[in-house]
Design a protein around this ligand. Sequence first.
Ligand SMILES: [Zn+2]
Length: 256
Amino acid sequence: MGKASRRWALRAAACVAVAAMLPGAAFAFTCDGSERTIEISAGQNVGGGEPGYEALDLHAREVVLTFDDGPDAETTPRILDMLREACVRAAFFVLGGQAEEHPNLLKRELAEGHTVGGHTMSHADLSEETFAAATRDILEGFVPVEAVGADASLFRFPHLASTPELLAWLNARGMAAVGADIDPRDWSGDPPDQTLKRLTDQLMARGGGIILLHDNQPNTVKLLPGLLAFLDREGYAVVRLAGAPAQRQLASGKPR
Ligand SMILES: [Zn+2]
């Protein structure tokens, strides 16, 4: 290596080191917390286009990142590191058992500005359960979410399988369901680049939307850098979702 190219290599390494230290330095995403936040009202189910859901009010080239089925001790911290680095806030729909096991990861998600919502205890297809079992499952899944102080008014149905009765029940209790517009099936075991291609193809066809990912999937850890780079390069903004304060009865039965 010649002197000039060695100097260039040193400078490039220094840039990478600086970028690694400064959150967001490697990306153009807003890093001062001023990114757009959409508040979901109680009773307003968004995304996906199933009956009972309406489109989320996104502009062109806006996405929402959502991660289901965590928190996981191995993969979730790595995903949180990457989101922090990029200054991107996501919504995590957590499983009750995982949340009970890893309250510190839930606390970290909240502390870093992410939204935490419920996703049941059992991950069963609630449309196949009795109404009583399904509602119990939803409420039990919220207990560890509320225990760490999350707002807990947003819910995602496992397998995106809702019923009109369950939607009406959720909404009557001041909760809202979040569907998904873009589902790259990151749990399928396909190579990360193949899954990322599926995701970006769907995204370019739609121009934006709610993206469904899973923070318990090692392949999702691998595809996330490519997704963040794609969003940054193509000028997408990542919008935060938040639940609107609601008069919801807590899973514990206490008013909040
Ligand atoms: Zn799930």
